[in-house]
Design a protein around this ligand. Structure first.
Ligand code: AMP
Length: 224
């Protein structure tokens, strides 16, 4: 995939849990050579490594709740001030509340970065069936779907042979709670950025493969 020279752009991926933000984020990283930063991944790594932060957030995450704004804001501020972010980055799963959005708007202004929003829209029932079928590799992070993208051997990662796991927060009750948290806390934030960002694109995430959906998002950025 040829890289194009977009510079100083912070891509914000918005959309309900399970709408494909992770896949789109990885695809965009490949297209534009800027890092993909997922707060969910960073928090899960902390939980797995048993860090102080990980211990503080573990049960909140298992129950589908949101980690306090101050904690994630610090984590993101620290991550985006690293050298690999000077030409921009892709944020996935952050911001998630209006408070986080306002904090991010301040950080972006300080770094001279303009937000470009990709809002992924997916039907909630589709999300529940997608997420309950999702399996991931705890070692390399590869993601499968038992229906649409099964591994070659049931329950085993194609890449490294590790046993695949169902994320603790991917059961239906917790998924519905995460969707409710998205509706209550993140949707007002989407409206905030709709007003703030001159580059705001809505992408239909209902049909097509994850790569097709990611390509739709890429197309908007390339057209800049
Ligand atoms: P995700 O992988 O983005 O679905 O995130 C998994 C979980 O991590 C969420 O359900 C939250 O508990 C926590 N989390 C990730 N990002 C944030 C954020 N920006 N604010 C608060 N909690 C977050």
């Amino acid at each position: 995939m040829p890289k194009i020279g977009i510079r100083t752009v912070a891509v914000l991926l918005f959309g309900p849990p399970g709408c494909g933000k992770g896949t789109v984020g990885k695809h965009l990283t490949g297209c534009f050579d800027i890092p993909h930063i997922s707060t969910g991944d960073i928090l899960r790594e902390n939980v797995q490594a048993g860090t102080e932060l990980g211990r503080q957030v573990q049960s909140l995450m298992e129950n589908g709740g949101l980690v306090p704004d101050g904690m994630v804001n610090r984590l993101v501020q620290d991550r985006i001030s690293r050298d690999d972010c000077v030409d921009g980055f892709i944020l996935d799963g952050y911001p998630r509340t209006l408070e986080q959005g306002k904090a991010l708007a301040g950080m972006l202004e300080e770094q001279g970065l303009e937000p470009l929003v990709i809002h992924l829209k997916v039907d909630y029932n589709k999300i529940v069936s997608r997420l309950t079928a999702r399996r991931s590799c705890p070692q390399c992070g590869a993601v499968y779907n038992v229906i649409s993208k099964p591994p070659k051997t049931d329950g085993v990662c194609d890449e490294d042979g590790a046993g695949l796991i169902l994320r603790g927060d991917d059961c239906e009750t917790v998924i519905r709670q995460r969707i409710e948290a998205y509706e209550a806390q993140t949707l007002p934030l989407v409206e905030y950025f709709r007003q703030l960002a001159s580059k705001f694109y809505t992408v239909d995430g209902n049909d097509g493969s994850p790569t097709d959906i990611a390509e739709r998002a890429c197309h908007h950025i390339r057209a800049e």
